[in-house]
Every structure is written in C-alpha cells, then in structure tokens.
Design a protein around this ligand. Structure first.
Ligand SMILES: *[C@@H]1O[C@H](CO)[C@@H](O)[C@H](O)[C@H]1NC(C)=O
Ligand SMILES: *[C@@H]1O[C@H](CO)[C@@H](O)[C@H](O)[C@H]1NC(C)=O
Ligand SMILES: *[C@@H]1O[C@H](CO)[C@@H](O)[C@H](O)[C@H]1NC(C)=O
Ligand SMILES: *[C@@H]1O[C@H](CO)[C@@H](O)[C@H](O)[C@H]1NC(C)=O
Ligand SMILES: *[C@@H]1O[C@H](CO)[C@@H](O)[C@H](O)[C@H]1NC(C)=O
Ligand SMILES: *[C@@H]1O[C@H](CO)[C@@H](O)[C@H](O)[C@H]1NC(C)=O
Ligand SMILES: *[C@@H]1O[C@H](CO)[C@@H](O)[C@H](O)[C@H]1NC(C)=O
Ligand SMILES: *[C@@H]1O[C@H](CO)[C@@H](O)[C@H](O)[C@H]1NC(C)=O
Ligand SMILES: *[C@@H]1O[C@H](CO)[C@@H](O)[C@H](O)[C@H]1NC(C)=O
Length: 890
C-alpha cells in the first residue's frame, strides 16, 4: 500500500520544489533589477524579498502561466514612476518576459543594447526618458522585437542600416529626438511587417522620403511631419494600400502629388501635407473612381455637377493641404464624403467651387479656404450641416447672395467671408446662437444691418466694413459685448447707439458721413432720433434682477452646504487631511472653527474663506471649496501637492488641506493686510505709486514663475485684485491659483462661466476658446495693472457709472491726450506721471483684444522692472494721504 502511494507523492514534492525554485529566482531577478534603479518616489515599495504578496502582484508586473501550476513574468510596465539609475540586463533572466515598458521615467543613459539578450522580448518602450547617444548598428541584435518605441528622448546621429534587420518590427517610433542626416532607404527592405512608422519631429533630419517606404504594404500610419524632409513624395506611395494616417506636414516637400492618388487615399482617415512647397493641380483621382455608385435618389437636390463616384476615401476625416502652392480645381468629391470633419486648403491657388451637395458631408466641422480663387455661390447646402462650427473662405471670388440659412448650424462660431464679391442683403441670422465672429468685410452687401444680430448672445467680433450697407445701426446691438465692431466705409446713417460709441474698446465707424452722435464729426441734430437710454436702463434693471436672483440662489446653496457640512462633522472619519506644515490642529477643531464669526467677506465664486486661529495663536485662512468634480482621494492629494510645492515669494503658501465627500478645505497662510482690492484705495488714503509699481512687478514675477519655470507649468486662471493679498511689508502674494486642478476642469469651467462670465477680468476669447491659455492670465493681469494705474477698481458695483475699468480707459485713451486723464488723480507727484504712463502702456498691451498681441508674463515683468529702475521703489511711506501729496507737488 505504502509503496503504491510513494511515487506520486515524491513527484508532487519534486514538482512543487521546482515551482518554488523557479519562482524565487524570478523574484530575486526582480530584486536585482530594482537594486540597479533609483526609485525616488518609492513606487516599488512592495518589491521586497519574502514579501507576503506574490511577485506577480507587485507593482507593474504581469505573469503568464508557464505551466498549469507555475507563473512566470511576462510583462514589466513601470511607466511614469520617475525611475532613474540603470536599466539592468538582469531581467533578461526572465525567460518569458515579452513586454518591457519604462516610458515616462528619467533614465539617463545610452540605448541599453544589453537588453537584446532578452530572448523573448517583443516590445520595448523607452519613450519619454533621457536616453542619449546614437543608435548603434548593433541595434540589429534586437531581431525579436515587434515594438520599438524610443520617442521623446535625446537620441542623435544617423539612423543605422542595422535597424533594417529588425524584420519582425511592427511599430518603429523615433518621434521627437535629435536624429540627423539622411534616412537610408535600404532599411525598409526587410521591415515588411511595419504597421506604424514615426520619424516625426526630428528637426535635424535632412532627407528625401525613401522610395522603399511605398513598398510597406501593411503600413497603416506614416508620421513624417516637422522633420526636414525635402524632395517629392515618391510615386511608390501609391502602393500603401493599408494607410490610415499620412502626415507629411511642415517639411520642405516640393513637386506635385502622385497622379491617381485616390487609389491610395482609399483607406485614409487623416491626410496632412500642409506647410510644404507642394504645387500643381491636385490629382484627378482623389476620392473618385471609375465605377459609379447609385445615389440617384438624392440627385434631385443637386444643382451642381455630381462627383464621379463616392466609393473612395469613405473614411477620410481630416484633409489638410493648406499653405502650399497648389493650383487648379479643388477636388470636388471631397465635399460629400460621409465622415469628413476638417478641410483646410487656405493659402493656395485653388479654383473651383463649393458645391451644393456639401450638405452630404454631414460630419463636417471646420472648413478653411481663405486666400484661394474659389468662384461660386455660397451653397445653400452649407446651412444644413448641423456639425459645422467654422467656415472661413475670405479672399476668394465667391459671388451672389448669401443664402438665407447661411447661419443655421447650431454650433456655428466663426464665419469669415470677407473680401469676396458677395452682394444682396445680409440675411437675418437666426439659429446660430453660438456665433462669436462674423466677418463680411470687403464685399458688396447692400440693405440694412440685420437687427437679429442682436439676438446672438456671444457675438464678439463683427466686421461689416467696406460694403454698401445703408440705414441705421440697429439700436439693439448695444446689448452685445463686442470686442470689435467695424462698420466703417458703408453708407450708414442716423444716430449711433450710445454704448457703441462710449464703451467699446474698438469701434470703427469712419467712412459713413451720415452717422451722427457724440464724438463723431456730426453731432445728432434735432431731426435725428436721439438715443433715449431706455435700452441702457432696461439692461441695468435686468442685470440687477439677475444679481438678486443669483444672490438668493447662492444664499440658499450656502445654507444647504452649511447644513451638509455640519451633518458630516459628526462623521469625522469621512474627513481626510494632509498638512504640509505642522499645524497642530485637529480636523475636528478645524471644521468646528468655520462658522459665521470666522467667515471673511462674501462668498466668492468658488467658496467662502474663513480665518482661524491655531493653538499657537497664528492665523490661517481656510477656503472652502464645494467639491464639484468627482475625484479620487489619491489624485486630489497629488494635485494639491503639486500646487503646495510652489515656493515663490509672491505665491501664497498652501499649508495643507482637508476633504470630505462634500467639500474641500484649502488651508493657506494668512496675510494681515488683506487684498489689493481692499487696500488700493481706502476712504482717505491710497497706496503710493512706488508701492503699486513694486506690487505689479512682483505679481508679474510670480505669474511668470508659474507659467514658465515651475514644473508642471500652471495657469492662475483667476487673477483679480481681490486675489492678490499683501503681507505686513506689502509684499503681494497671489492666491486662488490653479483651482481648476482641484475642482476639475469641467466644474471650474462651469463656475467661471456662471459666476464671472461678465467679469471684466476675463479675456474676451474665453467665450469661444475653451482651452485656457497664458494669454488669458496676461489679460487679467493687465486689468489689475489698470486698477493700479487708475486707482479705479475694475468693477464698481456701487457706482452709477456702468463702465468697467477696461471700457473706461479705452474710451478715454482713444482721444487725444486722453491717456493722462486716466492716471489716478490722487497721485499728484508730477515726476511719477511718466512712469505711470509707461505702466499704462504695458497694461494696454496686456489687455489687447487679440491674444497674440499680448506680451508674455516674463516680458511684462521685464518691462515693469525697466520702468521701476528709473523710479525709486524703496519709498518708505506706503500710503500717501491726498493732502500731503498736494503740499509736495506745490
Ligand atoms: C538616487 O538619487 C538621489 C537623488 O537624485 C541620489 O542622491 C542618490 O545617490 C541616487 N542613488 C543611486 C543608487 O543612484
Ligand atoms: C494577486 O492578488 C489577487 C487579489 O488580491 C489574488 O486573488 C491573487 O491570487 C494574487 N495572485 C497571486 C499570484 O498571488
Ligand atoms: C524625480 O527624480 C528626480 C531625480 O531623479 C528628482 O530630482 C525629482 O524630484 C523627482 N520627482 C518627483 C516628483 O519625485
Ligand atoms: C509607450 O508608452 C507610452 C506611455 O505609456 C505610450 O503612450 C505609448 O503608446 C507606448 N508605445 C507603444 C508603441 O505602445
Ligand atoms: C534583409 O534580409 C536578408 C535575408 O535575411 C539579409 O540578407 C539582408 O542583409 C537584410 N537586409 C538588411 C538591410 O538588413
Ligand atoms: C527648408 O529648407 C530650407 C533651406 O534648405 C531650410 O532653411 C529650412 O529650415 C527647411 N525647412 C524645414 C521645415 O525643414
Ligand atoms: C495668400 O497666399 C499666398 C500664397 O498662395 C501668400 O503668399 C500670401 O501671403 C497669402 N496672403 C495672405 C493675406 O495670407
Ligand atoms: C477674416 O479674414 C481676413 C482675411 O483673410 C483676415 O484678415 C481677418 O483677420 C479674418 N477675421 C477673423 C475675425 O478671423
Ligand atoms: C453702392 O450702391 C450704390 C447705389 O445703390 C451704387 O451706385 C454703387 O455702385 C454701390 N457700390 C458698390 C461698391 O457696390
């Protein structure tokens, strides 16, 4: 009996010993690998010997079952862990390792050739590290690799021919390195399996496009943009039957596109040859074939000629050929492709038409044809594309009337048809409630300005100049908040609505001799219908009632939140907190401390601020953010840490934070002097100019720091004088910065949109440009600088004067000697007026309506420092009472 049992028992013993043995050797291999690396963030803390966790469950490790009962490591994925040190070849002892991904780390070494000893390795991803040196010819040793990703490193030198030996390669990515010289054609002989080839963003390449690439029949993505390729696009490209993506943009390519390109475009989704020197007519074959498909059902609608066929390019979504020298007729069949979203062909010499059947391109979003020789009518079909948000076709020869539905797309934001030969009346735009910019300048439109323009709530740029428009400017247009209003050189007459003359930054009315109004050559005579201001009054009234409603709503919301926060107080374990400084205050004490007594001022857009006293009697400011976005504790912690790590004397310190399901409390250092808005001008005394200038310089330096020097780069996104706090020495510190990182972009956006849409600190382009930019911060800073120069608060709620500081300054500055009239009258020293005027000039540049005209924050800081260097900034007396000043100046 016993002898019968023995053999299986022995076998299983041996077997389990084998498993243990192989497993423990894989574990020790990992530990050797770890030892060679520098894990500064301690991300691999669970990689420890005889750990309770099986190594297959360690961070970044995946296993495969080598046999039914034993596991073996198949993949190591350690991306984005800030690892540095050595990539040790010890991992090649793992017999089944197929995937190694160390992307987004800080490995700073030459290409680790020794990894070619990993016999099973199929995928090596070292993208976004600090790999340097050349690609050695021995790269050929990696011949088992299917994926080689060295993108975004500092690899230099030529591409060696040895790379051509990697015959299993499916993905080769060398994007964004320092590779130079010519790409050897021979390497592509054996790379027949290649699916993705990316050599883009290698500015030092100087190469023709190798003919051999055209033979890669499996190639789906070819990325060669911004890499110094010159010469012609090889004819062999017609063989790229599987191609989805072709990006050859921003090179020095010349010549024509290969004839019959349609046949290779067939599968394309993304076609970009923009910004080259390509020329000649576009090949006939584009998106059209020989065989006709039946779409006779729809033929009745079409007045233009039919495309030959629609059976090609059926997947094309993006077509970009702009900034080349193309000529001849634009390929008409593009206009009806079922998936096309983007067509850009501006700055070429294309002729031809935009046909009526454009309406079949039901996914079209953006069309730019400016500066060509298109000559047709604007098709009625355009108005029926629901997804279209931009149509610009300026500087062409479009003629005839504008179809009545030209602005029917609900998403339409930008229409530019300036400098064409359009005529007739401008139809009433009705349905395009998102229209931001309408330019019809330089045509022959006649009739009146359509009054329903006033119903487009976000219309900001309106250019109707150089037409033949008659009648008066519709009174209701004064309800819009224009950044540009240009009706110059028409034949308009009558009174100009008051706000269009007074409040506007840029209003162009000249060349209409019959217009009248204050400030114009002809004042309105008795006969003219004079503006009775009723519109204005109505608007003020509406604004007041909106404000009231909002006030009540936020009170109610505040109450609900308050109540909820009280409720959650009892559940203290719901609170998580992180203190970056020893605050010695419990979460409980912190939360209980926030009440009506400690609340400061009124509730801001993002929440209420409380001032609490620590047991040490130091004060802290706590901002309560109502947590909108849902976000994991871990990611929230990481975001706040990112902000808290900023060390700059003009950025407020975040001491810690605390959060529950309902709210986030940010704990800031407390500054005794309060905000710039409070301090700039109190009843009797104002900050003197030297102090103001120093504050401006330091705020600019703080912003320049977060924009350019801090990693990651940040935007403030909420600059205003009430967010600039001053310490006892009047050193300014920015607060409330980068709240988008904490509440999340969508919550941030909706808060800004609802609470401060009409704030004059917000740059005009915010309305249509969802992506926040540095220029938007610069604009807001410019508004603060205007406050410092003029002594006027940006938004004066108490005043009957409805103009905000921007409108007020622009209005004055536009008239001769107006600039000196805006300087703060309480600063009387004449010696300082020069310096104030220079600062005013900087402020006006910062608040330019055109974002690209604004200075960068660094330029602003430098410009202000230069002004400061001629002014003595160490003036002892910060405040100057008006009486004292008058005695000084006299
Ligand atoms: C790890 O990095 C730190 C800081 O960069 C350095 O002081 C230390 O010497 C490094 N250790 C190894 C093993 O490279
Ligand atoms: C890994 O962890 C999971 C869940 O914690 C567990 O079910 C699994 O058995 C572990 N795998 C190994 C190999 O230990
Ligand atoms: C990443 O590592 C580098 C040096 O290895 C170190 O200077 C840096 O502070 C680390 N970053 C983080 C976020 O830990
Ligand atoms: C390499 O890793 C990066 C970062 O995770 C990733 O974006 C990229 O797609 C990977 N490359 C390949 C070829 O999978
Ligand atoms: C292509 O493969 C063949 C046969 O394997 C080999 O002789 C040749 O050297 C390879 N060419 C290149 C450029 O590596
Ligand atoms: C194009 O070629 C010119 C001269 O050969 C060179 O100066 C320029 O940098 C090239 N442009 C690109 C995008 O490679
Ligand atoms: C129009 O395009 C031509 C090239 O086709 C270019 O030279 C010219 O600068 C462009 N004009 C404008 C106003 O962009
Ligand atoms: C409209 O097109 C003209 C001519 O191309 C250009 O100068 C102008 O800046 C464009 N307007 C807008 C608002 O984009
Ligand atoms: C403007 O209209 C007048 C009268 O209707 C006409 O004589 C003139 O030619 C028109 N000008 C242009 C540029 O269309």
């Amino acid at each position: 009996m016993a002898s019968l049992l023995k053999p299986p028992l022995l076998l299983s013993l041996v077997f389990s010993f084998f498993i243990l043995c192989s497993s423990s050797s894989e574990e020790s291999t990992l530990l050797t690998f770890k030892a060679s690396m520098n894990d500064s963030t301690n991300s691999l803390s669970n990689w420890v010997s005889s750990s309770p966790t099986h190594f297959c469950n360690w961070t970044g490790i995946s296993c495969t079952s080598a046999s039914p009962s034993s596991l073996s490591i198949s993949a190591i994925v350690l991306q984005g862990l800030n690892l540095s040190g050595e990539i040790s070849s010890s991992i090649c002892e793992l017999p089944r390792l197929t995937h190694l991904n160390l992307a987004d780390n800080r490995f700073n070494q030459p290409i680790p050739l020794h990894l070619s000893q990993c016999s099973a390795l199929e995928s090596l991803n070292l993208s976004n590290n600090l790999i340097w040196g050349t690609i050695p010819d021995q790269i050929s040793l990696f011949d088992s690799l299917r994926v080689l990703d060295f993108a975004r490193n500092h690899i230099e030198g030529k591409i060696p021919e040895g790379i051509g030996a990697l015959k299993n390669l499916q993905i080769l990515n060398l994007r964004n390195n320092l590779i130079s010289g010519r790409v050897p054609s021979v390497i592509f002989h054996n790379l027949t399996e290649l699916v993705v080839l990316d050599l883009s963003e290698n500015a030092y390449l100087m190469s023709d496009i190798p003919n051999e690439i055209g033979k890669l029949e499996k190639l789906e993505e070819l990325w060669l943009q911004s890499s110094g390729f010159y010469g012609e696009i090889p004819y062999s490209f017609l063989g790229l039957k599987s191609l989805n993506v072709l990006d050859l943009s921003q090179n020095n390519l010349t010549g024509k596109l290969p004839e019959m390109m349609g046949s290779f475009l067939k599968n394309l989704v993304f076609f970009d040859v923009s910004e080259n020197k390509l020329m000649g007519a576009f090949p006939n074959g584009v998106c059209s074939g020989e065989s006709l498909v039946s779409f006779s059902v729809h033929t009745n609608f079409f007045t233009g000629s039919l495309p030959n066929s629609l059976n090609k390019c059926l997947n094309l979504e993006r077509f970009q050929v702009q900034n080349n020298g193309f000529s001849g007729d634009f390929p008409e069949s593009l206009w009806s492709l079922p998936k096309i979203k983007l067509i850009r062909a501006e700055n070429n010499g294309f002729s031809g038409e935009v046909p009526e059947f454009i309406s079949m391109a039901t996914h079209l979003e953006q069309v730019q044809l400016d500066n060509n020789s298109f000559s047709s009518k604007i098709p009625q079909g355009l108005g029926s594309i629901r997804s279209l948000y931009r149509f610009s076709a300026s500087l062409n020869r479009f003629h005839g009337d504008l179809p009545p539905n030209f602005c029917d797309s609900p998403l339409m934001s930008i229409i530019n048809l300036s400098h064409n030969s359009l005529s007739g009346r401008i139809p009433e735009p009705k349905n395009c409630k998102k229209l931001v910019s309408l330019s019809l300048a330089g045509n022959s439109f006649s009739g009146e300005i359509p009054s329903s323009l006033a119903d487009l709530p976000v219309l900001t740029y309106l250019d109707l100049s150089d037409n033949n428009l008659t009648g008066s400017i519709p009174q209701r247009l004064e309800n819009l908040k224009f950044a540009l209003f240009n009706v110059s050189f028409n034949q308009l007459s009558g009174a100009v609505p008051f706000s269009l003359i007074s409040g506007l930054p840029a209003s162009f009315l000249q060349g209409n001799p019959d217009l009248c109004g204050p400030g114009l050559q002809t004042p309105c005579s008795q006969g003219h219908p004079v503006n009775d201001m009723s519109g204005l009054n109505k608007m003020t009234c509406a604004l007041v009632s909106i404000a009231c409603v909002l006030g009540v709503m936020s009170l109610a919301a505040g109450f609900v939140l308050y109540y909820r926060s009280f409720k959650s107080k009892s559940r203290v374990d719901n609170w998580h907190s992180v203190y970056f400084y020893p605050l010695r205050i419990s979460e409980h004490a912190l939360i209980m401390g926030m009440n009506e007594k400690t609340a400061q001022g009124c509730e801001g857009a993002f929440g209420q601020v409380f001032v609490l006293s620590l047991p040490s009697r130091e004060l802290i400011a706590v901002k309560k953010l109502v947590k909108f976005g849902s976000r994991s504790w871990k990611s929230l912690k990481a975001e706040v840490k990112t902000l808290a790590k900023i060390r700059h004397k003009n950025i407020i310190k975040i001491l810690g934070f605390c959060h529950s399901d309902d709210a986030i409390f940010l704990i800031y250092e407390f500054l005794h002097k309060g905000s710039l808005a409070d301090l700039l001008c109190r009843n009797d005394s104002c900050l003197n100019w030297n102090v103001r200038l120093r504050i401006a310089i330091e705020v600019a330096q703080g912003l320049a720091y977060i924009h350019k020097d801090y990693v990651p780069r940040l935007l403030h996104r909420n600059i205003k004088s009430s967010n600039i706090l001053l310490d006892v020495d009047l050193v300014p510190k920015l607060t409330d910065f980068a709240l988008d990182h904490i509440v999340g972009e969508s919550a941030f956006h909706s808060t800004v949109a609802s609470e401060s849409a009409h704030s004059c600190y917000i740059a005009p382009e915010c309305k249509y440009n969802k992506k926040a930019t540095e220029q938007m911060d610069v604009y807001s800073f410019g508004v603060v600088l205007l406050e410092l120069v003029t002594g006027r608060l940006a938004e004066r709620s108490e005043s009957t004067d409805a103009l905000d500081v921007i409108q007020w300054v622009r209005r004055k500055v536009n008239i001769a000697n107006g600039a000196s009239q805006v300087l703060d009258p309480s600063i009387l020293e004449h010696s300082q007026r020069g310096s104030m005027l220079e600062a005013l000039d900087v402020a006006l540049q910062c608040t330019s309506m055109m974002p690209d005209k604004r200075l960068s924050m660094l330029e602003v800081a430098k410009a202000l420092q230069l002004i400061g260097s001629t002014t003595n900034l160490d003036d002892a007396a910060a405040f100057s009472a008006a009486e004292d000043d008058s005695s000084v100046s006299s």
